[in-house]
Each structure stands twice: as structure tokens, then as C-alpha cells.
Design a protein around this ligand. Sequence first.
Ligand code: GLN
Length: 241
Amino acid sequence: MTRDPVRIALVLPDLLGTYGDRGNVMVLAQRLKWRGIDSEAVTVLSSAQEVPESCDVYMIGGGEDVAQVAAVNFLRRGGGLQRAVSRGAPVLGICGGLQVLGTGFVTGDGDEHEGLGLVDAWTEPGAGRAIGEVTEHATLGAVGMLTGFENHLGRTVLGEHAQPLGRVTRGTGNGHDGVEGAVSGHVVCTYLHGPVLARNPQLADLLLEWAIGEPLEPLPDPPELRALRTQRTRLHVRERK
Ligand code: GLN
């Protein structure tokens, strides 16, 4: 059976692209390729009219406060992302992307900004930046253990319509209730950089299965990820000297 290439949207990397989260697009494309499925990366810059609503999966990275506000204004104007979400398209929002997709956020200067409201999560600045490795047990079915690197000032409280992405075993995460991230339907938000999908291919495959609407054949994990998945080993982080 031939199928159209899976369209992977990278949303506003010129605003929310500080932390290399565009690598998540490469991971999705490669995991499809290994299964003989073509994909097409669709980069949506802030000079575009709007986000095309016809893509199969959407990636939004992290960034600075000012860039987040510009991103909300852009996304609110066009409405393409919101329409894609309402037809069930999966979205991954990382860090600043989480805050943009949430109900609202207070920036470091104390100003309050409305978010897109695609996930029930409200963010305010914490006492200091949360920086370092994170491990957590995902709340989503087969995803298991997640790892990543956090670097954020914001602390996020979930409302009753969102579930956390995971229960934190190391690191700060949302900074409330021992949890990390926010999930609502097929909108998955996390503070984990890494890029997160390179470190957690099982999450990449979940997003892809939602995107194409069918199960994917499993791929073997590299040994270091297999060790993490079994949870028999602790995460070893080699500090740079
Ligand atoms: N500006 C946000 C914060 O510090 C997001 C940072 C990020 O995307 N890493 O909370």
C-alpha cells in the first residue's frame, strides 16, 4: 500500500528553537524511514501566514519569555494549530512550548500572558531556575520511564482537565505535586529537552501512532536505552570536567 508522506510540522523554530528541540523532527522522520514510511518536514517560521492545519504531527520547542509571547500572538492569529488539535492531531510542546500551549504564563518580569489553552496548565516563575537531569515514570500506557534535561524558571500547576506526563523520580519537573509535563488528548507537553524523542523513542512512536492512526512495528532500542527502560539501572550522568 502506498501512502502519502507523513507531514511533520516544526512550529516556529525561529522563536522557540533555543534548545535544539528541532532534533525531535529528525527522530520522527528517521523512525518512520526505518519502517519504510516516507515523511516530509514542514517548517513554519514566524514570517508565514499561519500554521497549516493539515499536518500529521506538530513539534514546538522551547525559548525565551519574549519569544513565547510572540509565539502565542502568532498562533492565536492563525488558528491552524488549534484546528489541527480539534481533529485529533498530536502535538509535542517542550518547555516554553508547554507554557505557550497552556492556559497562561507569568513571565520573569511579572507580566501575565494568556496561552492557547490547548492544555489545562498554568505557569508562574519559581524562586530559581530548575536545571538538570530529570527521570520520571510516564502516566501514558506503554511509555514507561522517561529521561531528559530541564532548564526553566517557570513552575506549572495542572488544572483538572490535564494529566501529568510523568511522576518525577529525579529533578524538578513542574515544581508542583511531584509531577512533570501535561497531557490533554493528543497534546503532550513536557519540560524535557534532550531532544526528548531521541532519548525516549517510545514516546516518539506513540506520537507517530496517533499521527498515522495505526500501530507501528516495534524497532530494537540501542542498548543504553534498553537498560533505562528496564529500570534495573540507575541513570548515570557523566559530568564534564
Ligand atoms: N522561558 C521559560 C522558562 O524559563 C521556558 C524556558 C525553556 O523553554 N527552556 O520557564
